[in-house]
Design a binder for this molecule. Structure first.
Ligand SMILES: [Zn+2]
Ligand SMILES: [Zn+2]
Length: 150
């Protein structure tokens, strides 16, 4: 797997929100849950996880989505494009919507989640597949370790 070298750049649909990431990704995910389908108006969501301290963002953001389980979802105030999420209790990481990255196509999903709720025709080339969410931080760490070895 050849990933573009940081710093990585990206923008929302209208360009008002610009993002920069100075570290390589920790993990790439596709989530097939019903919430992600609705939130992304698509078959699944695409996430690229980065260390929070490597992520910076300019432009005006507003919160959207359900804000459940300590999850905060940020959208561009101008075009309302979904940009990233912060997960309560995991402040050291941010979940960037992969499509926002300039080089989005390079960040193919390594893990897919919630295949229990997958649309039957939707498929991604993930190496690891989970019927639900990984239960523990240890499980997530194993995935991140595996991803970093690629
Ligand atoms: Zn925008
Ligand atoms: Zn989901």
């Amino acid at each position: 797997m050849v990933l573009p070298k940081p710093p990585l750049k990206g923008a929302c649909l209208c360009g008002s929100v610009q993002i920069t990431v100075t570290a390589p990704p920790l993990l790439t995910l596709a989530c097939h849950c019903r919430d992600c389908q609705k939130l992304c108006a698509s078959a699944y969501s695409l996430t690229t996880m980065f260390p929070s301290n490597s992520f910076s963002c300019t432009g005006d953001l507003t919160k959207g989505g359900l804000a459940s389980n300590g999850r905060t979802h940020y959208f561009c105030t101008s075009c309302l494009n979904f940009v990233f999420s912060r997960i309560g209790g995991a402040n050291q990481r941010i979940n960037l919507r992969t499509s926002v990255l300039d080089d989005a196509a390079s960040f193919e999903p390594f893990v897919e989640l919630m295949t229990d709720e997958k649309m039957p025709w939707a498929s991604v080339p993930a190496v690891h597949s989970f019927a639900r969410f990984p239960e523990t931080l240890e499980e997530l760490q194993v995935l991140m370790d595996d991803y970093s070895k690629q």
